[in-house]
Design a protein around this ligand. Sequence first.
Ligand SMILES: [Zn+2]
Length: 243
Amino acid sequence: MMKTTSNPSAVIIYSGGSDSYTLLHYLRAQKYRIDRALSFNYGQRHKKELQFAAAECKRLNIPHTILDLRMLGDLVGASSSLVKSADSPEVPHGFYAAENMKLTVVPNRNMVMLSLATAYAAAHKIDVVAYGAHAGDHDIYPDCREEFIAAMAHAISLCDWTPPRLIAPFHDRTKASIYSWGLWSYGLDYSRAWTCYEGKQLACGQCGSCVERLHAFAQIHGTDPLKYADRDYWRTVVPGDAQ
Ligand SMILES: [Zn+2]
């Protein structure tokens, strides 16, 4: 797709979770023209995030593609609780920065997704590739750290004659800071973003992702409109000095 306006064009990696949901709206607020949102089916335990991503893109009339990356799930299944496989571990419950949360890492997921998004962007002359890495991810997810982002940005700048630019606007912001912008500056409805690692009817409230989300909402004195099976569990596992 060729550029049709002077606004910079973007392809966004959009999981359907709350960070990429906020990023999608942040890019719109920054006057990016979102050429396409890319979601990835890597064999995750459930499809709820992908369904939330599809629904929001449809609501906003943003072209959306779900790429089939199930072979990634096949490759790493036994190591990650986020992948649905006979030998993958259960989703851990508890504090999101705890050591056992490393079970939720899908090895090298971001590099794979960024590479594919970059291929799309280069082929279609898109100006930027955007993804929602943020400072709160640094402990558990190496592929959200500054060093990784800088290295990927450099590699992407070398990959094509007219390469896109990698942006991660939330790289130095906490989850609470991201929600603060979304909720208080932009009035986002977070019931349109699914974060829970489980795929049940209600968000579980106990997985690391739910605990982190509910904790972040509490930090900004906001109320998460998503429905939870257990809305108070997080208080029992987040250390007092983090509350
Ligand atoms: Zn959960």
